[in-house]
Design a protein around this ligand. Structure first.
Ligand SMILES: [Zn+2]
Length: 411
């Protein structure tokens, strides 16, 4: 930590500016060399020059420090010797990879800081735009911030018996938790990632999404678009089914014929805050567009087979249930009576488009029930026990899961 204290508040009302870098700290026995190791969970992460120069500058001039929530940092010790040299090393804790990012004397460190970091920091302190997202969970300003919009009891469940620090959650998190709490904990809380490649269906879905997003971001309707022979990151064999799904989309593309006065937002992150639960809820709709005064939330799913007919739509696709609750709570503005949710299903040999209305009371009640059923167990879970079963085969966290390994090997 390195801090600048002012004798009087500046134009922003600030009395103190702190800069921090977090990592393992090392120093040579004579104090002339300092090293900071920037840790990432899986492999070495790529970092911008602004980040690298800031880590080097803080390591060169800063002090070890601790802080509580809402408190200024306090130095824990004073190093008597100023270093002459600083190294920044990236370390991937999952695969043991490491990379030397900077090895500079202190003059070079200062030059790199002025060149790469200072302009970024200046822009950051000047910026007034709020950008709500999962980082809100650590923000000390959340309670007095205009964002994210407050929606009490959004998840349909009250506080757990034992208090929990603020968390963020998406429907995808809740589905993972419902499938196996241990898998949720390993992938979504500890962020462990298997080096194994993703399965073919997931990669095909991503390739289709990426193509559609690019088209829609450019505000191109898909009816007249000529498809390529291959899609990026898919083999010729894998591209065939993905391209057939894209040609099925052409007939359902909502941008064809959409007046230019309507708004279109592709993969816009939506955030809401449930103050009762102290949880930030995240959603990433595939496509949002306005239509005659209301908002339309379009989810597009690729599938190799039809969903089971007997299963209610909101249960099969709980993202739609959250969409219903967010639109019925007026998260996007617009006229809720003109708003709707569309589910576009793409198969190799056909397609379907279902519609849901957030002003329909029965739909809202059903959505509440679906979300509460997923959120309730997550809210009160403290053990994140594995639930071994069919899902273990192909689970990306199997290698770290003893119950899963015992289940799959029969031992
Ligand atoms: Zn389209």
């Amino acid at each position: 930590m390195t801090a600048t204290d002012l004798s009087a508040p500046d134009t922003r009302g600030a009395l103190r500016y702190e800069r921090t870098a977090w990592g393992r700290r090392y120093t040579s026995a004579d104090g002339s060399v300092r090293e900071i190791w920037l840790l990432s969970v899986n492999s070495v992460k790529s970092r911008t020059l602004a980040e690298i120069a800031e880590a080097a500058a803080v390591a060169a001039t800063g002090l070890p420090a601790v802080a509580g929530f809402g408190e200024p940092y306090r130095p824990t010790s004073v190093d008597a010797v100023s270093p002459q040299r600083v190294r920044v090393v990236a370390v991937g804790c999952g695969d043991g990879s490491h990379r030397l990012l900077a090895d500079w004397d202190t003059e070079e460190t200062a030059r790199q800081y002025v060149r790469h970091t200072k302009p970024v920091l200046a822009r950051t302190v000047e910026a007034e735009r709020v950008n709500p997202g999962s980082a809100c969970i650590d923000c000390e300003g959340l309670t007095s911030c205009s964002q994210p919009p407050r929606i009490p009891f959004l998840l349909g469940t009250g506080r757990p018996l034992r208090p929990h620090r603020r968390r963020s959650v998406s429907v995808s998190d809740l589905r993972t938790h419902a499938a196996c709490p241990a898998r949720f904990h390993l992938t979504r809380v500890l962020h462990l990632k298997s080096p194994e490649p993703e399965n073919a269906a997931i990669r095909r879905g991503r390739a289709v999404d990426a193509w559609l997003n690019e088209q829609h971001r450019a505000r191109r309707g898909c009816r007249a678009t000529v498809l390529p022979a291959l899609l990026p990151r898919l083999s010729a064999e894998e591209s065939g089914p993905a391209l057939r799904m894209l040609s099925e989309h052409a007939a359902l593309c909502p941008l064809d014929g959409l007046p230019s006065s309507e708004r279109v937002q592709v993969q816009k992150r939506l955030t809401a805050y449930d103050p009762e639960l102290d949880v930030v809820v995240i959603a990433d709709p595939d496509l949002l567009y306005t239509d005659a005064g209301g908002w339309v939330w379009r989810e597009t799913k690729t599938a190799s087979s039809r969903p089971w007919e007997g299963r209610p739509l909101l249960e099969a696709f709980p993202q739609l249930a959250l969409a219903v609750l967010l639109l019925s709570a007026d998260l996007l503005g617009g006229d809720p009576h003109r708003s709707r949710i569309e589910l576009e299903l793409l198969y190799e040999d056909g397609s379907a488009c279902e519609e849901l209305y957030p002003d329909d009371q029965r739909t809202v009640e059903e959505a509440r029930r679906v979300i509460a059923a997923l959120a309730g167990p997550w809210v009160s879970d403290e053990a994140f026990a594995a639930t071994p079963g069919h899902g273990c085969h192909g689970c990306e966290t199997l290698r770290w899961c003893r119950p899963g390994l015992e289940h799959t090997t029969g031992r």
